[in-house]
Write a protein that binds this ligand. Structure first.
Ligand code: SAH
Ligand code: SF4
Length: 356
C-alpha cells in the first residue's frame, strides 16, 4: 500500500505545529542553525499555512530535508466540498490520522466569516444535532482548529474577518486547545483576527464559562440555550443536565459583570417543543434586564430527526416579544441552507457515500 504525505501514520514524528517556540529553537540549535530560522519557519506554518517543508523557499534545501526527517507537517486534506447558491463553501477536511471534520466559509461584502469545528463529533448528545447523534471521535488539537480557518482563507484567497466555533464539537470540552487556537487566530503572527470577531459557542459547560470570563482577551461568547424551561432543556440537551438553568443564569450574570461583554444566546425554534407561549415567557424572563443578544435560529433539518422547524412567523413573534421587554433579538439568516450547513451533516452524507 502506498502512502502519500497526508497518509503517514500519526505519531511517528511530532507535528511541528505542536512544538513550542522554545522546543523549535532547541531543535534548530541541535542542527547548528541560527535562531532567526525559527521565526522564518513559524511564519511558514502559521501565517502562510505551508503544507510541506519543500514550500519553505527561504530555508536552505538541506535544512528542509533534515526538518522533514525530524518532524512532520501533517496538513489536512480536502475530502469533499459543497458550494451554496449564496457563495458559502462547506469543506470536509481529513487529518493525517484519518479523522475528518467540517468547516464553512461564508463570504459577503468585504467579509469572510468561517465556522470551524473544535472536536470530531461531540459527546454532549443534543437531541436535535447531527453531530451529537454520532458521539465523540476525538478532540482536535489547536493546530487542527486553526488550520480549518487557514484552509478557508487560502481557498477564497481572502482575509478571514471573523470565526465562530459552531461546527462540530463542544469547544469547552476541549478548552485548552480551543484557547490556544483562538490566541493564534488573534495573533498578528497568526491570522490577525480581532478578538471580538472570534466567537466560542458552548452548550453551557459552567466551569469553563467561569474560566473563560477570566481570560484577558475580548473573545465573544455564545451560549446555546434552546429553552429556558428546565424540563425542555433537559430533554433537548442531556449533556448539560447537571448544570441547572438557575446556575447558568447566575454564572452568566458573573460573566457580564466581570467582562462587560454582551453574550449571545442561541435558540433554535422547534415546532411544538420550545416555541410555545410558556417557552417564550421563560425566555423573556431569562434575558430581561441582562446584557444579552438572542439569536433565533431556524432549525436545520437533520435526517431521521423527529423535530420540525417552527414557522418564520413564529420566529418573528419571538423577536418582537423579546424586543418588547428590552432584549435585543434577531432571526439568524441561515447561510448555506441548500448545502446542509447544519452541524455534522456533510460528514454524515460523506460517510454514507463511502459506505455505499
Ligand atoms: N457545541 C457548541 C458549538 C457547536 S453547535 C454548542 O452547542 O453551542 C453550534 C450551534 O448549532 C449551536 O447553537 C447548536 O445548538 C446549533 N445546532 C445544532 N444542531 C442544529 C440544528 N439541527 N439546527 C439548528 N441549529 C443547530
Ligand atoms: Fe455537541 Fe453543540 Fe451538537 Fe450539542 S449542539 S451535540 S453541544 S455540537
Amino acid at each position: 500500500m502506498q502512502f502519500d504525505k497526508n497518509d503517514e501514520p500519526a505519531g511517528a514524528r511530532a507535528d511541528i505545529r505542536s512544538l513550542t517556540h522554545g522546543q523549535l529553537l532547541s531543535i534548530l540549535e541541535e542542527l547548528g542553525q541560527p535562531k532567526f530560522r525559527a521565526k522564518q519557519i513559524e511564519e511558514w506554518i502559521w501565517s502562510k499555512n505551508a503544507h510541506g517543508f519543500d514550500e519553505m523557499s527561504n530555508l536552505p534545501k538541506s535544512l528542509r530535508e533534515t526538518l522533514s526527517e525530524r518532524v512532520s507537517l501533517g496538513a489536512a486534506k480536502e475530502l469533499a466540498r459543497q458550494v451554496s447558491g449564496d457563495g458559502s463553501r462547506k469543506y470536509l477536511l481529513r487529518f493525517p490520522d484519518g479523522v475528518s471534520v467540517e468547516c464553512v466559509g461564508m463570504p459577503g461584502r468585504g467579509r469572510l466569516a468561517v465556522c470551524a469545528s473544535s472536536q470530531a463529533g461531540c459527546a454532549m448528545g443534543c437531541a436535535f444535532c447531527a453531530t451529537g447523534a454520532a458521539g465523540l471521535t476525538r478532540s482536535l488539537t489547536s493546530a487542527e482548529i486553526y488550520e480549518q480557518v487557514m484552509h478557508v482563507r487560502d481557498d477564497f484567497n481572502e482575509r478571514v474577518t471573523s470565526v465562530v466555533l459552531m461546527g462540530q464539537g463542544e469547544p469547552f470540552m476541549n478548552y485548552d486547545a480551543t484557547m490556544a487556537a483562538l490566541r493564534r487566530l488573534n495573533s498578528p503572527e497568526g491570522a490577525g483576527i480581532g478578538a471580538r470577531h472570534l466567537t466560542v459557542s458552548t452548550c453551557g459547560v459552567i466551569p469553563m464559562i467561569k474560566r473563560f470570563a477570566n481570560e484577558p482577551e475580548q473573545f465573544t461568547l455564545a451560549v446555546s440555550l434552546h429553552s429556558a424551561v428546565q424540563k425542555t432543556r433537559d430533554a433537548l440537551m442531556p449533556g448539560v443536565r447537571k448544570y441547572s438553568l438557575l446556575h447558568l443564569y447566575d454564572i452568566m450574570g458573573e460573566y457580564v459583570n466581570k467582562t462587560g461583554r454582551r453574550p449571545t444566546y442561541e435558540y433554535a425554534l422547534i415546532r411544538g417543543v420550545n416555541d410555545s407561549e410558556e417557552e417564550l415567557a421563560s425566555l423573556c424572563d431569562f434575558c430581561r434586564g441582562n446584557l444579552a443578544h438572542v439569536n433565533i435560529i431556524q432549525l436545520n433539518n437533520v435526517k431521521g430527526s423527529r423535530f420540525q422547524p417552527a414557522s418564520a412567523e413564529r420566529a418573528q413573534d419571538f423577536v418582537r416579544r423579546l424586543s418588547a421587554v428590552g432584549v435585543e433579538a434577531t432571526v439568524r439568516n441561515s447561510r448555506g441552507a441548500d448545502i446542509d450547513a447544519a452541524c455534522g451533516q456533510l460528514k454524515q452524507n460523506m460517510d454514507g457515500a463511502q459506505r455505499g
